[in-house]
Design a protein around this ligand. Structure first.
Ligand SMILES: Cc1cc2nc3c(=O)[nH]c(=O)nc-3n(C[C@H](O)[C@H](O)[C@H](O)COP(=O)(O)OP(=O)(O)OC[C@H]3O[C@@H](n4cnc5c(N)ncnc54)[C@H](O)[C@@H]3O)c2cc1C
Length: 403
């Protein structure tokens, strides 16, 4: 048989895309292929669970627009599907005079992005969060938390209800684009034919793009985000999410304190170069993955450009005391014995051949394929509008039924 649509990847971007396509084009046949035996085992199932407001992103960028829409859409989706979320709000805390300028710049950016945010002084901050120290903060009331695993299960159920097929343990190895259809070869040698393909392969987005015959100017470099969980007695140490002022050169937000929907409080994530794309433990090494990025000139350029922060993140990863010191700057009462290692995640971060970290979402489209090439944070927040945008870009019915 030939499907109308094939989606690769059972993370939030792939499942939301499958849902949007099926809602937009009722009656279309769709198969979603996921290489793992379950959905959401990678970025989506290992993130911080924050529904971001979109303060940080360059006005006019896809991230800024899709995050702002995603905040509203995700909450609405949760309400409609009975998925709990909590609007806890967020504080970005400046702890030095030097950070005040950057905090002001973030307040300006929030304004440019149409996000309600308020600069508050140390006393106002302490009133909100007595355990947080700093000299000023930006308060963003709309930031919320959710369990993205819950969202994912709901999306998957909807895809099935709308007539789509989610096929697990189905790794796509090779894709051939023909004038009228796309052929996919799976690891088990099975073949799938589809009129249209959308690839949402996260940490493998670049490898799959190349296996589909695309020429790309970037590569995915994996950055592990390590988390610690605080003990039950510290579950009310913060009510909101508490973030440091980020380095504007980096797409990472800095180690933050986040309450979760499980009732726990997490510290993290840091951002350490991983030695495997799915390298969740420090000891995980894939020679193939290392060889791929080591042979890419952009990787070395970005390493040189961000040497200071890269070394610092690596040291934070190796020393729990250093990691703690980063958090104590704004939550001073935390102690090293409060930190229990928790499940890590790995971010898929696209790096261009000139060494720049690709900040914005990135897509590449051919007549029959659309590849999502860079969908880092806040892509969990933005997944629903990303999916709508992808559905807009697909040409649906022109040739359905022709083959
Ligand atoms: C530590 C961490 C914290 C984060 N915190 C937040 C946050 O708080 N809020 C937020 O909005 N975002 C956050 N993000 C980012 C967010 O989680 C990701 O942007 C989002 O989950 C990306 O979704 P995805 O579907 O593109 O990728 P994934 O969830 O990684 O899914 C891709 C899927 O494709 C499958 N796949 C890959 N190759 C193939 C193949 N060849 N054949 C078949 N299947 C394949 C994989 O197995 C995987 O299941 C965080 C990310 C990390 C790592």
């Amino acid at each position: 048989m030939i499907y109308d649509y094939c989606v690769i990847g059972g993370g939030i971007v792939g499942l939301a895309t499958a849902r949007s396509i099926l809602r937009r084009y009722p009656g279309a046949s769709l198969i979603l292929l996921e290489k793992e035996p379950a959905i959401g085992l990678h970025q989506t199932g290992r993130n911080s669970g924050v529904i971001h407001s979109g303060v940080y992103y360059q006005p006019g960028s896809l991230k800024a627009a899709l995050c702002a829409r995603g905040l509203v859409a995700t909450k609405q989706y949760c309400i409609e599907h009975g998925i709990p979320f909590e609007q806890r709000g967020k504080l970005i805390v400046a702890t030095s005079e030097e950070e005040l300028g950057r905090l002001d710049a973030l307040a300006e950016r929030a304004k440019a992005n149409g996000i309600s945010a308020q600069l508050i002084d140390a006393a106002q901050m302490r009133e909100r969060e007595p355990n947080v120290a700093g000299i000023a903060a930006l308060h963003i009331p709309s930031t919320s938390i959710v369990d993205y695993g819950h969202v994912l299960r709901s999306l998957s159920a909807e895809v099935a209800k709308l007539g789509g097929t989610v096929r697990l343990s189905s790794e796509v190895r090779h894709v051939s684009e023909l004038p009228d259809e796309v052929w996919l070869r799976l690891a088990d040698a099975d073949e799938i034919r589809s009129r249209h393909l959308v690839a949402c392969a996260g940490l493998f987005a670049d490898r799959l793009a190349v296996a589909s015959g695309l020429t790309i100017q970037h590569q995915i470099v994996p950055f592990r985000g390590e988390f610690f969980e605080l003990p039950a007695r510290l579950r009310s140490i913060v009510t909101a999410m508490v973030y440091p002022v980020p380095d504007p050169a980096l797409p990472f937000l800095g180690i933050h304190v986040t309450p979760t929907m499980r009732g726990t409080v997490m510290l993290g994530p840091n951002a350490v170069l991983a030695f495997a794309r799915e390298g969740y433990r420090k000891t995980d090494v894939s020679l193939r993955d290392i060889a791929t990025y080591a042979a890419f000139p952009g990787f070395w350029r970005t390493i040189v450009a961000h040497l200071g922060s890269g070394v610092s993140e690596m040291m934070n990863s190796l020393s729990r005391r250093r990691y703690l010191a980063a958090c104590q700057r704004y939550v001073p009462s935390l102690q090293v014995e409060d930190l229990t290692p928790a499940r890590a995640g790995v971010r898929a971060q696209a790096v261009s051949s000139d060494g720049t970290l690709v900040h914005d979402f990135l897509f590449q489209q051919t007549p029959r394929m659309l590849h999502v090439l860079n969908a880092p944070s806040p892509a969990a927040t933005a997944a629903l509008p990303i999916a709508e945008m992808i559905a807009d870009r697909l040409e649906p019915r022109r040739d359905r039924g022709a083959a």
